[in-house]
Write a protein that binds this ligand. Structure first.
Ligand SMILES: Nc1nc2c(ncn2[C@@H]2O[C@H](COP(=O)(O)OP(=O)(O)OP(=O)(O)O)[C@@H](O)[C@H]2O)c(=O)[nH]1
Ligand SMILES: [Mg+2]
Length: 458
């Protein structure tokens, strides 16, 4: 056995290795979270503010270093590029992620009670990986065949209008007939346009993900399929008997190819073996986007979370079939609201994820809900208004304008009609705050770290 693999197995056996799933849809804040996590741990011994992480508070956390990642065939997570953007003048946000990136951190700490194994300083290896959020939504697609997937792609309300061109084109198609290759490509392009428009309009539940971000698959026939409406009117057995050149059989083949050759490898190579998970959700962004988007996000996340294995770990499962035994759900970008609203944000997230949380409780997997800001973009100020002191946020907009604002109230429960009618929440995108004292400024990254890895640092 190669020495690296033996060391990996030994570390896993001793539980000194964790693989953390940072799960979140597109723009949820995964890259910002990973960048901040690495930066906080690198500065842990000195400048980072990590009071909610006992190992750091007690001075036992010595720091972290990037080491050679597990899979050398996967690109490295572009940490340096992200830091260059954040340290720019004015600071910029890291770019949206276009492909997969891996990262392995070796964290050094002193245990509370030094034992004889490994001396006074121990090491925890943390494996992390980043990917475009768009691709994540393909995981639930693995549970479908072409017919059931087609049925599940319902288009209602505003979404239906965004797909109007595609719907016009697909309306006249007969699943039993042959359709020219170039025509299929055109209709698939109309579908991709619909998906892009829906993303632009703030919707989340968008499949297939590679249509939005094809990477090296641009123009390949495997991306030239679309759901077929009206299949329920046909007898399923007779559909299966249609000749290979029929529209139904052609689309089924392409759908299967997409599943087998694109989604499955992505899932198997990157998403199966996790020990811990943090689900990042841009709750405020969804609140800002209105009721239809908000529900769409809730539905997409519920489906998505069914793709992960949760449960208690044992030595055997740790080595051979890892399962997520602890989970954090986090509302990101909490610096967009004043601190007294942060608690509500976590509660609202719990309401948004009520369905998957029921299943997790049943599987007896501990979950913690919190709100955080991986990289702060605002500072809280007290402002006097009509004789009352009130908290407000100060930040610089992306256009460079210094702004002081009262973002409005976050509802505690799933918002009712009243909230949406008032549209009581304003969301302004800000530049990240410049770094002052070493580590990136954050809110509750230390609480998230404590929940996710703190028990391994004792
Ligand atoms: N104010 C604030 N904004 C944030 C924070 N984290 C992320 N953002 C904003 O959200 C945007 C998206 O964050 P990313 O980390 O790139 O999101 P992602 O999940 O990696 O997105 P994809 O790579 O597209 O899947 C950033 O460009 C920022 O504008 C935060 O802690 N505070
Ligand atoms: Mg990203």
């Amino acid at each position: 056995m190669p020495p690296k693999l033996t060391r990996d197995l030994l570390e896993r056996g001793r539980d000194q290795q964790l693989r953390l799933a940072v799960t979140g849809l597109s723009r949820a804040g995964k890259t910002a979270f990973l960048t901040s996590l690495v930066d906080q741990l690198r500065h842990a011994g000195l400048e980072a503010r990590l009071d909610l992480l006992p190992a750091a508070r007690e001075g036992r956390l010595l720091g972290a270093r990037r080491v050679e990642q597990q899979d050398l065939g996967v690109p490295r997570f572009p940490f340096d590029r992200a830091m260059t953007a954040l340290d720019d003048s004015p600071p910029r946000w890291p770019e949206p992620t276009r492909g997969i990136g891996e990262l392995r951190l070796s964290i050094r700490y002193r245990p509370r009670r030094p034992g004889w194994i490994g001396g006074d300083v121990r090491r925890l290896t943390l494996d992390l990986f980043d990917y475009p959020g768009e691709w994540l939504l393909d995981l639930p697609l693995l549970g479908h065949d072409f017919a059931s997937w087609s049925r599940a792609q319902t288009l209602e309300g505003e979404r239906a209008a965004l797909f109007a061109d595609w719907r016009r084109e697909v309306a006249g198609l007969d699943p039993t007939q042959h359709v020219e290759e170039s025509r299929l490509a055109e209709i698939a392009e109309r579908y991709a346009e619909g998906l892009r428009a829906a993303r632009e309009a703030g919707f989340s539940d968008l499949q297939p993900g590679r249509f939005l971000l094809p990477g090296e698959l641009e123009g390949a026939p495997v991306l030239q399929f679309f759901p077929l409406p009206g299949l329920a009117e046909h007898d399923p057995a007779s559909l299966e008997r249609l000749p290979p050149e029929s529209l139904y059989a052609t689309l089924t083949r392409r759908f299967r190819h997409y599943q087998q050759h694109i989604v499955k490898p992505f899932y198997h190579e990157h998403f199966r073996r996790f020990d811990r998970q943090i689900v990042l959700v841009d709750v405020l962004g969804a609140l800002n986007a209105g009721p239809e988007r908000f529900e769409d996000l809730s539905r997409a996340l519920s489906r998505l979370m069914q793709s992960f294995d949760y449960g208690k770990r044992s030595l055997l499962s740790r080595l051979f079939a890892p399962r997520i035994d602890r989970l954090a759900i986090a509302a990101t970008k909490a610096d967009h609201v004043t601190p007294e609203q942060h608690g509500r944000l976590g509660e609202l997230l719990e309401a948004l994820l009520a369905e998957p949380l029921k299943d997790l409780r049943f599987a007896d997997v501990p979950v913690r809900a919190l709100s955080l800001a991986s990289i702060r973009a605002t500072e809280t100020r007290e402002v006097e208004q009509r004789g009352r002191r009130q908290p407000a946020l100060h930040g610089t907009t992306l256009a460079g304008e210094e702004t002081l604002l009262f973002p409005g109230e976050v509802p505690k429960r799933l918002p009712g009609e009243d909230f949406w009618r008032r549209q009581g929440f304003t969301f302004t995108a800000f530049r990240p705050l410049p770094r002052t004292d070493g580590a990136l400024p954050h809110i509750r990254m230390d609480a998230a770290l404590d929940w996710l890895i703190g028990d391994k640092l004792t």
